[in-house]
Design a protein around this ligand. Structure first.
Ligand code: SF4
Ligand code: SF4
Length: 437
């Protein structure tokens, strides 16, 4: 069978401890902390007040711009506080705190659509927007914006991303095995929204059960093709998926729509189906809780706003000394200083590494010009040169070396024998250049 890939990339140990673990629902949280900013774009403003009773699915944060997404109560109960609370980004973010009443009652008026594939396109966009759907692969870009390309950008291809190339994470994998039909229907809704006849679902070949489940689910849909991908990191990056599936190269500084493509995560496709078919807003997601520092790694269906600590407790607690807690995977995730942070729409996993697995922070050394970082960079950058320029404060030259094309996959840092923090250098360059512009 044909298996396709891209040039560059690395092969970290996949460590998918939870790939055979079915998704289980967590206990209903007694309290949720729901940040008003869980997406790229303008934060929401609170549409409820302290003391107000709310129902599950009720909007509690309204958008203040086109590039934004509303947020909803994930449990029924009473709003007990609105203010700054810790967020997985490391900053304090204005959040709505709801104390549960244990009834878990839905808000009234959720609208179902049995004829979901025949709805007006503007209505579909409004449903997706009002449901607060954002990219669930971690990018958290508001989905209704991505599905509203400018008229001059002709889209002819939709790709669902089921690669899940980050080590440890299995939330997408389990979703594909357990909910393949909803994912395929979500893809067909997306195809209708952007006027496309052909849809692809890209899955790495180390997930044969997911490939089979989706092929079976799409067996009657001749316009949907499940594509088997080579196992390599970062296979799930948008530009890599587009390259291997369509052969098209997103230009430097460009977007997928520049080459006629729209890429969505498989979890986002399921969220779209749930919203359009059943009127359900985005109030929960699948989260993998895993790593050598967790007693019973699992995949959980989690209400947005549930604390990391609750999930760790439901996984039997910590095992041994804690070395590092990461929101997401080891390549692109964010280290956490506390477990007192909530699951947000972009939380695909919580990774706890045991103390003996985490090396003391190594002092990095000067570049020895081995060229390995250049070999693995999937977008063809020279991370060694950019790193040296950043160390010397020569940010404009870093820009001239296309640092903004970096997708922050971390492959260069992973492979560097001198342990140079190349992706951090590049992030710093982007920050400084953006700040000055
Ligand atoms: S330079 Fe950016 S895109 Fe290239 S390997 Fe490093 S992190 Fe990935
Ligand atoms: S991998 Fe590290 S040591 Fe080798 S060229 Fe790149 S930055 Fe230099």
């Amino acid at each position: 069978m044909k298996v396709i890939t891209f040039s560059g990339g690395v092969h970290p140990d996949s460590r998918k401890l939870t790939e055979k673990k079915p998704i289980i629902k967590t206990a209903l949280p007694k309290q949720v902390v729901i940040p008003l900013s869980q997406h790229i774009g303008a934060p929401c403003s609170a549409s409820v007040t302290a003391g107000q009773e709310v129902k599950k699915g009720q909007p509690i944060g309204q958008t203040s711009g086109f590039v934004s997404a509303p947020v909803h109560a994930s449990i029924s109960g009473k709003v007990v506080a609105i203010g700054p609370f810790p967020h997985p980004s490391g900053k304090d973010v204005t959040s709505v705190v709801i104390e549960g009443d244990g009834k878990d009652e839905w808000v009234s008026g959720l609208k179902e659509h049995e004829d979901y594939l025949n709805l007006d396109i503007e209505l579909l966009k409004a449903i997706v927007k009002d449901a607060g759907i954002v990219g669930l692969g971690g990018a958290t870009f508001p989905t209704h914006v991505k599905l509203s390309p400018p008229k001059e950008k002709k889209i002819d291809t939709v790709i669902l991303n089921g690669a899940e190339c980050e080590p440890y994470l299995t939330s997408d994998h389990r979703l594909m095995v357990e909910h393949p039909r909803e994912i395929v229907e979500g893809l067909k809704i997306i195809m209708r929204m952007v006027g496309v006849d052909k849809g692809y679902i890209g899955i790495e070949q180390n997930k044969p059960d997911a490939i089979k489940a989706l092929r079976d689910a799409a067996s009657k849909d001749r316009n949907v093709e499940v594509v088997q991908l080579y196992v390599k990191y970062p296979q799930g990056a948008e530009k890599m998926l587009i390259k291997v599936i369509t052969g098209r190269e997103v230009p430097s500084g460009g977007l997928p729509m520049d080459v006629g493509a729209v890429v969505q995560n498989v979890g986002t496709a399921k969220a779209i189906f749930d919203a359009v078919r059943y009127g359900i807003p985005l109030i929960e997601r699948v989260v993998t809780v895993t790593g050598s520092g967790i007693k019973e790694p699992n995949n959980f269906l989690v209400r947005i706003g549930t604390s990391f600590q609750q999930l760790i407790d439901e996984s039997g607690g910590f095992k041994g000394g804690i070395g590092k807690i990461i929101a997401g995977g080891p390549m692109m995730g964010l280290a956490q200083g506390t477990t007192d942070v909530p699951v947000i729409k972009g939380t695909s996993g919580i990774l706890v590494l045991a103390k003996d697995e985490v090396k003391e922070a190594e002092t990095y050394r000067p570049c020895c010009r081995c060229g390995r970082c250049i070999d693995v960079c999937p977008v063809g950058l020279n991370p060694a040169t950019i790193g040296i320029l950043v160390e010397r404060g020569r940010f404009q030259e870093a820009k001239d070396n296309d640092c903004f094309d970096c997708i922050e996959c971390g492959s260069c840092s992973y492979i560097c024998p001198a342990k140079r923090p190349l992706v951090q250098f590049i992030k710093l360059a982007k920050f400084e250049l953006t700040r000055k512009s």
